[in-house]
Ligand binder design. Structure first.
Ligand code: FMN
Length: 325
């Protein structure tokens, strides 16, 4: 049975279609797209899809929930840009922890130009794994990214040159730990270098030109330059606790940061080993101090343009409507 998109609150079915297609452009770990949406007469539900979890790479579904948080922020932004208030309830059901949020489009309002700029960045954002130019990123950009993170109740701690050096070593050894695990390598192989008609996973062209392992890690962290800050910029998004709700908020902060960077003409990509390998993450947490849980590590800079990574058809991520419009 094909599930149709229906009217939701004040959004007509074309507008619902448009905001859902925007939400699906969010980044997700290995492009698993681990989300499902249900349209009811009053709101759009966002559900985690545990069948799309990566059992080896992400055994407790931390990155799955962060990915869904990124889709949630995109949905909210798209609704707002159409001129509606996206009233959002996080984790509304104790009985159903996979129901991560409900977004109800309320009264029409003039969209905030800042949100419209973020919305315009949604289709332009890419994960750019190519080498970044050694161009300095202005300090004001870091301030903007920090502000974006805090608006979504997450935290972007500063990294000094010494911390960055430690983090680079930590990343390199965590990456080696990952590659020494045949189950990790097999899972990575299943989700990357995809081609043809496949609409999930990471296509070969999205990783072509990425430096290989060690070179890649060195490239990501750049040099210390005058010792003040590495270049390109490396930022970490953290939270003060590490529950499902925190991860959902981190995902929203992540997408606000990525869209803010895209809007400023910057490219971004992920450095995941130090947040995925448990011992490395514990060390990373100690390195940050102040009790912050590292959730996402990003590099920000200027890379060569690259094509988009495909998404599944909308029909594949729609749940049957329980209440008809
Ligand atoms: C939580 C999370 C973790 C990710 N980890 C990595 C990573 O370790 N390496 C990488 O190259 N991309 C990583 N990505 C980026 C995804 O591979 C990317 O979002 C996906 O392939 C879709 O491509 P797009 O971002 O260009 O739309 C991550 C994305 C998310 C949301």
């Amino acid at each position: 049975m094909t599930i149709q998109v229906t009217k939701v609150g004040r959004l007509n079915s074309d507008q619902v279609n448009c905001v859902l297609r925007s939400a699906m452009l969010a980044p997700s770990t290995h492009n698993t797209q681990p989300w499902l949406f249900r349209c009811t007469s009053t709101g759009i539900e966002l559900h985690a899809d545990p069948r799309r979890m990566l059992p080896v790479t992400d055994p407790d579904g931390r990155e799955l929930v962060i990915s869904c948080g990124a889709a949630l922020f995109t949905l909210r932004t798209a609704i707002h840009a159409l001129g509606f208030h996206p009233a959002t309830t996080l984790m509304p059901s104790r009985a159903d922890p996979d129901l991560l949020a409900v977004v109800r489009p309320l009264a029409e309002r003039t969209p905030d130009p800042k949100v419209v700029r973020l919305a315009r960045a949604i289709p332009r954002r890419r994960t750019n794994r190519r080498p970044f130019l050694p161009t300095a990123i202005p300090r004001s950009t870091l301030t903007k990214l920090r502000h974006a993170t805090e608006l979504e109740h997450a935290w972007l701690p500063s990294l000094d040159a010494v911390q960055c050096r430690h983090l680079r070593d930590l990343s390199a050894s965590a990456r080696l730990d990952q590659l020494a695990d045949p189950a990790f390598v097999a899972e990575l192989g299943r989700w990357t270098h995809r081609g043809g008609e496949v609409r999930d996973g990471v296509p070969s062209y999205a990783t072509d030109g990425s430096p290989t392992d060690e070179g890649w890690l060195l490239e990501e962290f750049g040099t210390d330059g005058d010792g003040s800050r590495p270049d390109p910029l490396v930022v970490v998004i953290g939270s003060f606790s590490d529950g499902r709700l925190d991860r959902l908020q981190v995902g929203q902060a992540l997408q606000r940061v990525l869209l803010t960077a895209t809007g400023a003409g910057l490219d971004t990509s992920f450095i995941s080993p130090p947040v995925l390998v448990p011992s490395a993450r514990a060390e990373f947490r100690r390195l940050l101090g102040c009790g912050v849980w590292p959730q996402v590590l990003l590099r920000v800079g200027h890379g060569a343009p690259l094509p988009w990574t495909p998404r599944r058809p909308l029909e594949d991520v729609l749940l049957e409507t329980l209440v008809s419009a």
